[in-house]
Design a binder for this molecule. Structure first.
Ligand SMILES: Nc1nc2c(ncn2[C@@H]2O[C@H](COP(=O)(O)OP(=O)(O)O)[C@@H](O)[C@H]2O)c(=O)[nH]1
Ligand SMILES: [Mg+2]
Ligand SMILES: [Zn+2]
Length: 301
């Protein structure tokens, strides 16, 4: 916990913190503003007694307990989603899954396609396609490289005076990027992620750093995969922003844009005004959420 003057104070959490509207496996997250009771004496330790109301937050399905939520960060101005085209190969659906976490609070997302020093002709083409696809729905897309500095001055400018969550899969270069932007932090890079063998991460914590040109940045551990046990099908539909914008033209108000007659989203996909890739990822997530709900309902049979 950081005091207003910058001092870092070790704190424990006491009792039951009252939280506004969500239950998470971690009651306090990076970016939370809290009230602290200083311990007696001069130990410079304290207890967190209250979490102040959050302006926004990003939660994901807990990687350990699929029926619980994990708080990634709170009170952020924007997120930088770091991804790559090669080393590691682009996992296309990941971008859309990530956007499903930031969309409920309208958190702006900058999509950084990293390691541009490795781009050949084919990668440049893929990058161009992604840029058009995501900027059409209002997300800035840029390429960067910590190796040759490409894109970094622009990125620094975007981070200035903001609190930014940096996230992405392991190995895409998040920690290297933060170390390059803000020398001296000495973040560990190229960490081998601890993999329990059950297909899930065992550690998840994020850390916030001050940028010397203004602002804060939050480094997060690599995300292996994003599932959405916490969402209902309509939540998914409402948080694909261009689908939601179009859905007022669907015949049925609760249209899930699958096989319903008179679906304006499907027409838009056929006409190419909505990305068919986004639509594919949407259907995939929807079917996962459906399956989960199905097994929930039938687990006692
Ligand atoms: N070619 C290239 N490799 C990079 C770049 N940035 C990081 N790497 C390498 O990618 C690997 C993973 O980097 P790291 O920062 O630990 O990724 P993180 O897991 O996202 O934090 C390391 O071997 C880095 O040296 C880059 O801009 N270009
Ligand atoms: Mg890292
Ligand atoms: Zn529809």
């Amino acid at each position: 916990m950081r005091l207003e003057d910058g001092e870092i104070l070790p704190c424990r959490i006491i009792g039951k913190l009252r939280l506004d509207d969500i239950r998470t496996t971690n009651p306090v997250g990076v970016g939370d503003q809290v009230t602290v009771d200083l311990d007696d004496g001069d130990t410079r330790t304290g207890s967190i007694i209250e979490v102040l109301p959050r302006r926004n937050y990003v939660v994901r399905q807990s990687p350990r307990k699929k029926h619980e939520l994990h708080l990634l960060a709170a009170n952020i101005d924007q997120a930088v989603l770091v991804t790559t085209i090669i080393e590691p190969n682009l996992k296309l659906g990941f971008i859309d899954r990530f956007l499903l976490m930031t969309e409920p609070h309208d958190i702006p997302v900058i999509i950084v396609i990293n390691k541009s020093d490795l781009f050949g002709e084919e990668e440049e083409e893929i990058f161009g396609g992604l840029k058009i696809m995501y900027e059409e729905i209002g997300h800035q897309v840029m390429s960067c490289s910590s190796y040759n500095g490409q894109g970094l001055p622009e990125l620094k400018q975007l981070l200035k005076d903001k609190t930014t969550l940096v996230a992405g899969q392991s190995g895409v270069g998040k920690s290297t990027l933060i170390n390059t932007l803000q020398p001296g932090l000495g973040l560990k890079t190229d960490e081998i992620s601890d993999y329990s063998g059950k297909g899930q991460h065992t550690t998840t914590f994020a850390e916030m750093f001050t940028l010397d040109w203004g602002g804060y940045i939050i480094d997060t551990p690599g995300i292996k995969m994003l599932s959405f046990n916490n969402l209902e099908p309509l939540d998914v539909a409402h948080n694909f922003r261009e689908f939601f914008a179009k859905s007022s033209e669907c015949r049925f108000p609760n249209c899930l844009h699958r096989d319903e007659p008179g679906c304006a989203v499907k027409v838009a996909v056929e006409q190419g005004t909505i990305s068919s890739l986004r639509y594919e990822h949407y259907l995939q997530i929807l079917s996962e959420v459906d399956d989960q709900n199905y097994w929930e309902r039938h687990k006692n049979l």
